[in-house]
Design a protein around this ligand. Sequence first.
Ligand code: CO
Length: 459
Amino acid sequence: MKVNFTETILRDANQSLIATRMPFSVFEPVLKTLDKAGYYSLECWGGATFDSCLRYLNEDPWERLRKIREACPNSKLQMLLRGQNLLGYKHYPDDVVRLFVKKSIENGIDIIRIFDALNDVRNIEVAVDETLKNGAHASGTICYTISPIHNLDNYVKTAKQIEALGVQSICIKDMAGIMSPKEGYDLVKALKENLKVPVVVHTHSTTGLGFMTLLKCVEAGADVIDTAISCFSGGTSQPATETLVYTLKQLGYEVDVDEKICKEINDFFKPYRNEVLKSGLLNPVVMGTQTDALIYQIPGGMLSNLVAQLTAQNKLDKLDDVLLETPEVRKDLGYPPLVTPMSQMVGVQATSNVLSGERYKNVSKEVKSYLKGEYGKAPGEVNEELRKKVLGDEAPYAGRYADTLEPAVEKARAELGDRATCDEDVLSYIAFPTQAEAFFEKRDEKKKNTFTYSIKKVD
Ligand code: CO
């Protein structure tokens, strides 16, 4: 049996360990080596890379993608897309989603992993449709979570709905690293029995389950696993590529990844890893194993947010109360998966419920929007009493929220005028207006300087 590998060093490992701060110039020299390692795909774009390029690295994210494409002609380039939210947390109208997907593929993307934080299939439909129209691979995704209403039947049902959209693979996305080896095995087995398309498994090493979970998922028939080159693996990143290549080859699985080339890649990144450790950008704590998430059944990142919130208000002694309140809030909201932005919404509301001494005395703007149905359909039943208290007699929106949004591409084009040089600029602006405008300004400055310099040279 064959097992394929997706290498995450350029996107998720970069995002999970060093807040996506790795500039293109750092990894440019190793791209040709990554291209010949035998990976199924290179996850290299989407997620937080786009925002980080514009906000911190003064890079055009589209140009980064084109350069990776050029340097890696033999690899499938993969990106992560938050369905109707694209790379952010609010819903965009369909014209924006379609243009964004089309341009991502035009600029070099082969595989788009598309998910919705609530597993509301309506929120990934348009992105999947546009991916297929442009001849790329749509990988439909289910966010993995644990709750009384999330069970095998429920996941299989969602996966079948996604498969019916025409996706070429289904990915299980365990963003918090809480899927255990047994749960992973059972889920992959159930999906393999019920689906025709290949199954991909994405997890994180946060709680230490990662290696064992991936191995059991492979035993259950997983076709593709996500791993990170070893010096940027472990902790909040993925399990190590080389370790799984070694293990699976020894167990008799067919693996295309070349260990010698992996060593070259790892040797290349080691000095950079040492540099970011020294500068403090990489905190050794995130590379370790943190098992608290297994006790509280909430992601590690959410737990540290709760601690930070309470510490800021000098109320850390209330942590136990907040940890008891968190699952109650989640239950009231119909058990949303605890992935951004739901994890923050649930955490902030639970904290407020405890600190104000009265449940839902204050309800955040985000929770109100959620109850109105603006994020999509809640996975389970929402507490009716809470809904009445917040919305009164207003009925929640039953349709697809994006249907209420006005088209935005033409409007953005008009706003930007000749500051935008192409549709890619327009999309950067729609996604992150402030960051994109600042980036365009700097880019124009640079152009002006280059121009002056060339005139001087002629003189
Ligand atoms: Co991830």
